[in-house]
Design a protein. Structure first.
Length: 245
């Protein structure tokens, strides 16, 4: 169970962040307990005098009264440490970037917040999981990301094709793609529109419009999708072969 302190004075932004955290909790199979604050004074008081011990502080910087950065500084001075994610608007981002860095913030997010921004920030802080979690036949299944060849949209269902099996789950393509936001950063999945999500790490060869995976399974793609996969594999190869200092 992870304790998250959310300090945001705008109720609309607060609701949006809570929705994103709910989605992350579901897709990553983490357990969160979120405590909301509308001002930094109450956040600081809860931690320094009330015994509240969050694992993560997610706070807007510009708040009524005490700022989010001032609150984190006061908390740090009392030898309490936790991971901090600062949030700010585009017009304020340059004013507080250095201060956030000096306070050793793990992430500095600029509004508007998106699922991808928040998911990436949490992935940077929380222990990364190397498996996809889906509900299949009334059970939770853990499928290693490394075993997945590709996902395919089939009407109202998503087919997860692995090295050894095909798993069909009732889910939208949008929700399936969100689950891959929590994949470790060293995984290389490419999004081919609404139909396919393909694991480049398991591609053995490309030939005549077909993707051939390790183990021999094949996937026929349109010319446009085939070209995208080809370009991304070339980019991966070039990146992996860069000289190191």
């Amino acid at each position: 169970m992870y304790e998250i302190a959310l300090c945001e004075d705008n109720p609309i932004d607060e609701a949006e962040i809570l929705n994103i955290l709910d989605d992350y909790e579901e897709h990553a199979s983490e357990d969160f307990r979120v405590k909301c604050f509308r001002d930094a004074e109450n956040l600081t008081l809860s931690i320094l005098s009330g015994g509240y011990r969050p694992d993560i502080i997610l706070t807007e910087i510009v708040l009524p009264g005490m700022s989010g950065t001032e609150a984190v500084r006061k908390i740090s001075e009392e030898n309490f440490s936790c991971s901090v994610i600062f949030i700010t608007s585009p017009c304020d981002c340059h004013d507080y970037a250095l201060e956030a860095w000096l306070l050793k913030a793990r992430q500095y997010l600029i509004k508007p917040l998106t699922y991808h921004k928040v998911f990436d920030a949490l992935n940077d802080i929380l222990p990364q999981r190397d498996y996809l979690v889906i509900r299949h036949k009334r059970c939770l299944r853990k499928i290693p990301f490394s075993d997945i060849l590709y996902c395919e949209t089939r009407g109202k269902f998503q087919a997860v094709i692995t090295r050894s099996e095909e798993i069909l789950v009732r889910m939208t393509a949008h929700n399936m793609k969100r689950k891959f936001f929590v994949a470790p950063s060293n995984c290389n999945f490419t999004d081919l529109g609404l139909t396919y999500l393909l694991n480049l790490d398991n591609v053995n060869m490309l030939i005549d419009g077909k993707v051939v995976f390790d183990g021999g399974k094949e996937l026929i793609l349109s010319r446009r999708r085939f070209q995208k996969v080809s370009h991304e594999l070339i980019g991966m190869s070039a990146k992996n072969n860069l000289p190191r200092d």
